[in-house]
Structure formats: C-alpha cells, structure tokens
Write a protein that binds this ligand. Structure first.
Ligand SMILES: [Zn+2]
Length: 146
C-alpha cells in the first residue's frame, strides 16, 4: 500500500497542481463572466471592467501558486525516490552475493556461533567491512546492517 511512496507523492503533487490550476481558472472565469455581465449597463461598466481584470489576475496568481506549491511536494517525492534508488544500488548486489563463507549468521545472539567472526562484530553484506554489532549502518559504505 505504501510501497513506492516517492512515486505516489510525485503523482499527488501533479494532481494537486492540476486541480489548483483548474480551480483558479474556474473561479477566475466566474469572476470575469460576472464582470462581462455588468458591461452593458453604464452604471456598472467600471465595476465590470474591474471584475474582468480581477478575474484574470486571480486565475494567473492562483495557477502560479498551485504550481509553485507543488514544487515542494514533488521535490519531496523525488528525494524519497532517489534515496530508495541509492539504497538499492548499494545493497541489491549483496542479497544474492556468492561471498557467504565470511558472512556471520544473522542471529548472532542465537545458539549458532559464527565460525570466522568474533561475536562483537557484524560484517557489511555489501562491502564486507567489519562493523561492531551495535552499529545499524556500515561505517564504510552506509549500507543497512542486519
Ligand atoms: Zn559496507
């Protein structure tokens, strides 16, 4: 449901941007139409022209702001996406790594004692750097340690 959240946020940003622009356009148009309706009468023509200009400005500014507002959300989604990609790049090769003999057992606290490894260390699955068990990420490459 929340997988690929970066992409979802980016889509959401686009949808919000489009909705905001359309809404600003509609409201601006309504203001302009009511301005046009006032043009016929010479007592309200001045106000009508003001409403038409106001409607135009409203639509332009409204569209602009929903566009700018979506930047932040889109950028956030992009950030998550690139972070995920980065994580994949670092760690994906490790999952099907053939370099297993030195890999300590995941449950070092269980009864299976690692043969080649002191219990106080955990080897990075990506770069095989030896980290202490209390570190969550590899000191050398930043890959998540299990
Ligand atoms: Zn590493």
């Amino acid at each position: 449901m929340f997988s690929n959240i970066g992409n979802k946020i980016r889509v959401l940003a686009k949808v919000i941007c489009i909705i905001g622009m359309v809404l600003a356009g509609i409201v601006g148009l309504i203001i302009m139409i009511s301005g046009f309706a006032m043009l016929g009468n010479r007592y309200t023509t001045g106000a009508g022209v003001g409403l038409i200009i106001g409607g135009l400005v409203y639509a332009a500014i409204g569209a602009l702001f929903s566009w700018i507002g979506s930047f932040v959300l889109y950028g956030y989604g992009q950030l998550i996406l690139s972070t995920q990609n980065l994580e994949k790049q670092f760690c994906e090769t490790s999952t099907d790594s053939t370099f297993t003999p030195m890999q300590p057992d995941a449950n070092v606290f269980g009864n299976v004692a690692p043969v080649h490894q002191a219990p106080a260390t955990v080897e990075c699955p990506n770069c095989h750097y030896i980290n202490s068990t209390d570190s969550k990420f590899c000191v050398k490459c930043g890959c998540t340690l299990k």
